[in-house]
Design a protein around this ligand. Sequence first.
Ligand code: NAD
Length: 252
Amino acid sequence: MSERRTAIVTGGGSGIGRSIALRLAEDGFATAVLDLNEDSAGQVAEEARQKGHEAVAFGGVDVSDRAQVNAAVQRVRDTLGGPVLVLVNNAGVTGFDPFLKIADETWDRIMAVNLNGPFYCCQAVVPDMKEAGWGRIVNISSSSAHSGQPYMTHYVASKAGLVGLTKSLALELGPAGVTVNTIPPGFVDTPMLRASEERGLLGGSVDHHAELTPVRRPGRPEDIAAACAFLVSEEAGYITGQVLGVNGGRNT
Ligand SMILES: NC(=O)c1ccc[n+]([C@@H]2O[C@H](COP(=O)([O-])OP(=O)(O)OC[C@H]3O[C@@H](n4cnc5c(N)ncnc54)[C@H](O)[C@@H]3O)[C@@H](O)[C@H]2O)c1
């Protein structure tokens, strides 16, 4: 593995992605905080730099647009230097619609961000990883891909697709020294979760669900970041194609 390790975290401006970006920067990765939202990406990169870590924001990048992804990855190489050896596909959008009411545009947008996005990002960085003979990809899926979730057919299908992408890509890239794993979060206290609570989509408050969770609390973004930090580490090199649930025991 080269000495210099550059990492990209998509959706790094908020919630889980923010925590992952801050954690990877703290762990010594030159971290690219990539997000559609320019302001929040800038704030997270600044927060990491204030703590003495190396991070740069790449805002205004839509992962569902292949040309934007390719251009952003090249800017990451140019700015942070060296190949991109770590990719965390975290950017995602959710949806809540009765199945028969799902419009084509809604279905397509969720697939475009949650599934095409990781496809484009992986294709953009895998050549760097193969060339280096070392790489780590972590895809943030969802525990709902295992349990199913009413009114979220589009979202759950996109996340189940991401689990399949993870498993197949892991088999293909194993011989090249690249691991590919997925973390399906379950019930993590982020702006996405709070927005669902406000819209009454959770079937109860966050506190109510925390009481039903074996560890008796909602997940924290830092819980996901800790698992991600391990999966991208040197010592996780024999772990690939795996689904590492981080959900307080809600799904076992
Ligand atoms: N919070 C949970 O409980 C939970 C549970 C299961 C899965 N997840 C998954 O975890 C990931 C992060 O979720 P979160 O709760 O932190 O959400 P969040 O809404 O707080 O953050 C998502 C980030 O992704 C960015 N983003 C959205 N579309 C984008 C695009 N097209 N291109 C680039 N960036 C884009 C947003 O700007 C935002 O910064 C998502 O993939 C989500 O599906 C979250």
